[in-house]
Ligand binder design. Sequence first.
Ligand code: ADP
Ligand code: MG
Length: 286
Amino acid sequence: MDTDTDGLERTLTGQPLAEAVRTKEITMSTRPVIHISNVKKVYTMGTNKVFALRGVDLTVSAGEMIAVMGSSGSGKSTLMNILGCLDVPTEGSYELDGTRVDGLNRNQLADLRNQKLGFVFQGFNLLSRTSALDNVELPLLYDRSGRKLDTRALATESLRRVGLGDRLDHQPSELSGGQQQRVAIARALVTQPTLLLADEPTGNLDSHMTVEVMALFQELNDQGITVLLVTHEPEVAQYAKRIVEVRDGRILRDHPVIDRRSAADDLATLNAAGPDADIAVLEEAA
Ligand code: ADP
Ligand code: MG
């Protein structure tokens, strides 16, 4: 990364970094979005040590869509927390979109999260009795970059992008689970992140809503956003491009998805089969 005489960080083509991130020049480049090397995480509880990660190497390029799989306690959330700059490794190095993460202080980590990452959680984590628009606007109010932003317009645009342009004033209790998760995805997108991290995003959804949310993740990935999600459902992982299997704090297998499914096609099949249709129609259609 070059720094020009005006002090702005620039990309290889000379475009200012902030602008390039906005126009997606960065996400189209081939440099890794994530590069971690020999990452270890040890939780110390009294005299007990829990070795949650035992030396993980992972490189994720722009445009990938990865499902992290593994049984409970295998280290998936620990890995996601480190990748999401919510926690720091005990050992090992982490570079996020060209920035060295290990060694940063709390404020620097917070800024990096705000600039580069969007988070989606299993439980949606929306503020209740607060409109969809206000929920989505929230991350922009924490923006400390000094940019002057029309936060209402950006939040509206983000909700339109997830298909909820007609639900701006609805509160979470007035929306279905699938719609609530789409509000949460709009909130994650509003800061224009390079990378979307989702820990069990469909864990609280029925199969129809799961397909609906996965169709949205696939659409966003097609638009250039790198997606990394945790799931324990093999059907959900089939919508990703690559599966990383974690066991006992290590990566056990890392392989491309063969016969990747299109969630939009599956959604069309489900909708055509009518409101009472079982997810089994997808097996019949396959
Ligand atoms: P997963 O998300 O795959 O279920 P986690 O990353 O949550 O796994 O946990 C990995 C291991 O680390 C487990 O043995 C868990 O009990 C332990 N662990 C996770 N978080 C903490 C913590 N904050 N303190 C102590 N041990 C933890
Ligand atoms: Mg977990």
